[in-house]
Design a protein around this ligand. Sequence first.
Ligand code: DON
Length: 587
Amino acid sequence: MRASLRLLVVPLALLACRAPAPSSAGLRSAGPAIPARRAVTFPDGWRFKAGEKAAFGDRFMIASNQVLASNAGSEIVEAGGNAVDAAVAVGFALAVTYPVAGNIGGGGFMVIRMADGRSATIDYREIAPLAASRNMYLDAAGNPTNESIIGYKASGVPGAVAGMAEALSKYGSMSLAQVMAPAIRMARDGFVVDSSLYYSLRSSSGYLGRFDAKDVFYDNGEPLKPGTLFKQPALARTLQQIADQGPSAFYRGTVGDSLVAAMQRGGGIITKRDLEQYTALWRTPIKSTYRGYTMFTMPPSSSGGIVVTETLNILEAAGDSLPTWGTAAYAHLLGSAYQRAFIDRNSKLGDPAFVNVPLEQLTSKRYAQSLAKTIDPDRKTPTPSDGAQIVDGMHTTHYSVVDDKGNAVATTTTLNNGYGSAVYLKNVGFFMNDEMDDFASAPGKPNMFGLVQGEANAIAPGKRMLSAMSPTIVLDPQGELLLVVGAAGGPRIITATSQVILNVIDYRMTLADAMRAPRLHHQALPDTLMVETNGLTTEAEAGVRRIGHAVRYLGGLANVNAVMRVAGGWEGVSEPRVGGTGGTSAR
Ligand code: DON
């Protein structure tokens, strides 16, 4: 039998092993005291223990899925760079050391909050090529094919290089060459392959083997072995050209020419004109409040900020406090709030250059109050029509950076699927994305993540496909930086990111516990409450089933990397669910 799950109201300062790190004299104050953390008991059988320690840095903290990439960020902060310099260094380093999701052939979103109070977001999402068309992925019977997922036609025009360079030019303090130096070094001189890259390549060999990656990441079909010093000369050349010439090397120069030539050979549709026209866009952050805390999140073309905000607004409207964590009432309320926000997401959101997005309405407190009233505590509301399936996956990557001046950056970047479209451009050394699958290639029919989306997210040339990426920065009620967070995991990005926020704000968990707590997910369709295996007590599961929820257990739900302010500095936690080389880097 599983123990019932309850928050024990024990201030952690009473637990010797969890005492906050003392602040050292002479260090920058990390802001006003944060409320005492409380211990939590996880369900019996849950894979993680509560009460673990987070990494600590009294000056700065970087959390990503690859420790060598986090170290690249540290190197830049140590050399005098700020959080934006460091974030760009991490982004390029991930493209070298974490090829499953780190990229220059994909895109992403960055939320910036400077210590002087400025905030900004940059949208460097891919766009549909000019030759794209609404029905390009449908077969003769009108059903979606897998050409939006694998192969040359699956790619949107990459935005990563433009976005990172633009962020650096406006908010960074160093040159592109300086911040790219660690990435170039690791591509040119090599880095040591670990078991996590080995296993990732092994499990992807079927589809990677169909394209040129087989000659670089495999030796006679065998993936690079752990311990191998892996050098990527083609990627090193590409990165050096970008460092020397700026993003024009990618969008108007030899790198772009090589990309276009490969597309022509392989049957892709990205042209020189597509690359020349690509621009990363500065957008006004969604600024919202939750129980007195302030959040800066990403507006469309990501749905992440709207859906996180709408969900938290519904939860705030539902009562002065949330139900006891982990109970049936908790799971029902969260699931119902997500369900409502995802119904809006899936039907109303798309690229704001193409559709009228009702951002003000969806993020308003009044609208959330009206939705909160529709949640019956004793009965689950059905989502109108079903048929979708959820597919597991964690192949995007989020990193959180706080520097020694209190500047913060939350970045999520992706190729979409692991290794994107599987197309590896061997002359220039990188994978291309399969982001086109994030469009509703057949509105009303599920995509790879089981998301059933509407016309607002139909394919059109030059349009950005709707994303779920949710890089978020949270300030405490005194206006001090508290939390930098975001995730990988398709639509589960939204639910996992918001649950880490709830765990920290409502349940006062330490960051280590907030990250390890079992997660749940609802995305309207399929009309199912998804929960991590052993993540609900028997009582809670019976309780949610009694009021009508279908429950499905999933192996792991999203991949979060977060940084949080604590007494005297910063804690960082890299996703414990993925293990491997994920890591923090701090001083
Ligand atoms: O932008 C998005 O929402 C997706 N392309 C993210 C994909 C992702 O997280 C992959 N992992 N399952």
